[in-house]
Design a protein. Structure first.
Length: 202
């Protein structure tokens, strides 16, 4: 079902691209945003060879519209860096993350700062730098409840990353402790989202 939703999203954004081109608005943030969202959808489907051209097109148009120092351009770079790490292109991912690091480190109150930390943790764990990956997870686990809320989706994301790293590297005792916290957050997320559903949706 989820994959079908991504396919629908891709179809919708491709149609949106055609519409703005038809209105002579290719060099616009509308177009770059549609490209970026197509990249995200292919990325979520693990179709990295199709995600990357979409990210690159988003970056190309955003550079024309707003320049390389714009917030959108930097966020698009971050999205591509995350994708490259998942695609096992770690050196390219690392280079992009180092390039965008100054912006995010100067804006630690931004939600995107935590996505930047997520990308750094992913890359560290991919490179088997377990202590660094877990340290980044711990930073968010400690700071996140105050800045994001205790049951934010990113909290469960970082708890899961730490839990998996511990289990994968022969530390089941601590992995189980993190799993307890992970389950608590997941349950809270489920019940808060379930409460918002209509009777028909339930």
């Amino acid at each position: 079902m989820a994959m079908e939703l991504y396919d629908e999203a891709i179809t919708t954004f491709e149609e949106a691209k055609r519409l703005v081109v038809g209105k002579s608005l290719k060099n616009s943030q509308f177009y770059s945003n549609f490209c970026y969202n197509i990249g995200l959808a292919y990325d979520a489907k693990f179709e990295f060879d199709r995600a990357d051209p979409a990210y690159l097109e988003a970056l190309e148009i955003e550079e024309i519209v707003s320049g390389k120092n714009s917030v959108n351009y930097i966020i698009y770079l971050l999205g591509r860096a995350q994708m490259l790490a998942r695609w096992d292109k770690v050196s390219e991912s690392d280079a992009l993350l180092k390039g965008v690091a100054p912006y995010f480190e100067e804006n630690p109150e931004s939600i995107y700062y935590f996505y930047f930390l997520q990308a750094k943790a992913d890359l560290a764990l991919k490179l088997e730098d377990i202590s660094e990956g877990i340290a980044i997870c711990d930073k968010v686990i400690q700071e996140g409840p105050e800045k994001l809320g205790p049951n934010h989706d990113l909290m469960s994301t970082f708890l899961e990353k730490k839990m998996t790293a511990l289990f994968d590297h022969n530390d089941p005792k601590n992995g189980a402790l993190v799993m307890d916290d992970f389950i608590k957050v997941i349950k809270a997320q489920f019940f808060s989202k379930y409460a918002l559903l209509t009777d028909k949706e339930r």
